[in-house]
Ligand binder design. Sequence first.
Ligand code: 4AD
Ligand code: MG
Length: 465
Amino acid sequence: MKMTLIKDMLRLRAESQEVCVRGWVRTKRDLKNLVFIDVNDGSCFHNIQCTFDRESGLKADIENELNKVSTGASVEIKGKLVPSPASGQAVEVAANEITVIGEAPVDVYPLQKKRHSFEFLREIAHLRARTNTFGAVARVGNKLAFGVHEFFQKNGFHYVHAPIITTSDAEGAGSMFQVTTLDMEALSKSGKPVDYTKDFFGKPSFLTVSGQLEAETYATALSRVYTFGPTFRAENSNTTRHLAEFWMIEPEAAFYHLEDNMDLAEDFLKFLFEKVLKESAEDLNFFEAHVQKGIIETLESLVKSKFVHLTYTDAVKELEKNKDAFEFKPFWGCDLQSEHEKFLTEKVIGGPVIVTDYPKEIKAFYMKQNDDGKTVRAMDVLVPRLGEIIGGSEREERYDVLEQRIKELGMNPKDYWWYMDLRRFGTVPHSGFGLGFERLILYVTGMTNIRDVIPYPRAVGQADF
Ligand code: 4AD
Ligand code: MG
């Protein structure tokens, strides 16, 4: 018999065809003459109901198997697909055969309740994909990842892989995980200084915080590229929107100025929102009903909206008018805190806003400087509930200006010689941005903790599994 996923089975017309259901039991209800087993295989949100009718004369060994069935068990059930009298499902399986492949004993299988807290489920990350919420998060994540490629491929962007191990600090923020094969324990006992020439790469090396610098090298050859890969930050920030390991999508485009970059970011987000609204409706309905009321309407209105543009200077003026609302008092030159970002997008604008032209002191070395000598062509896209979802900029394409800035920041231009070469040979204006993939999933699903939208969260003190 052909293997059929439940999502396809539920779409079949019930013409008494034989089907074989394979998956994990969500619930079993044993009534006098009827046994109902709801099976889920993760192919879609819905379960398929398999009904065993004792009055139709079940084989003796079936009762034996039915006794082994409990929530979490893996089963293979065969029967006929028939119209369902129950509400909420067009078809069900009139079952006549069942094999329990793997039992999940009630006294030890942890997923027994209808709803477990997310905190509890974080402790059993290896099983949480079997719940409604985490199954839905995974399917929406899959849809979004596919959508990322779809959007860029349609728009002439080439997919490139940036290296994961690097010797340069792309953001200049110094929060990198070191990669070494040196024997740290022996070294610390010896009391000698570390000789990095003996290390695997011959110098201190790290996990990348961003693929941007390498993406720039390809954008200045292929015009439009994007990366989509894991990035690592050793920030000690224990928040609901930071991970130590997260995936980032970074488009980079030659001949793009900040305005083009802003339009690209807006079109990109709208494309993704529209895609999940259309193609993940079942999962979104679940989030709407059980996780974040109003999420569907929010996404729908966002697709129709025009993102507001606001300079940092104007943003700070707005914040200063409402000083009392904040723990960190805003002032020109301050880094915008999450509370400021949320206030701007939720209270001042009431929708997405792109804040531009930040003070150069609070932004990375590579951003293009404005003529005022104080600000850079940076852009952060802020959305309600979350704050920053995208960070990007036009890049400094003038050799002298970039070199000067690198020196001012106490960095060594020699470490960035290859990056400087892009400005020495055939330099062009160019821009790009980074979208945190998990922040995107957070936003779309209405989930509140970023640790619940990545299969295995890595954060301070958390890397077990
Ligand atoms: O603003 P960030 O630091 O920008 C960059 O890394 C640039 N190199 C991007 C570029 O221009 N190509 O990070 C970009 C985005 C943020 O807006 C946020 O969505 C996400 O990455 N992000 C994180 N997501 C989860 N955990 C963290 N610790 C994150 N740090 C940044
Ligand atoms: Mg940022």
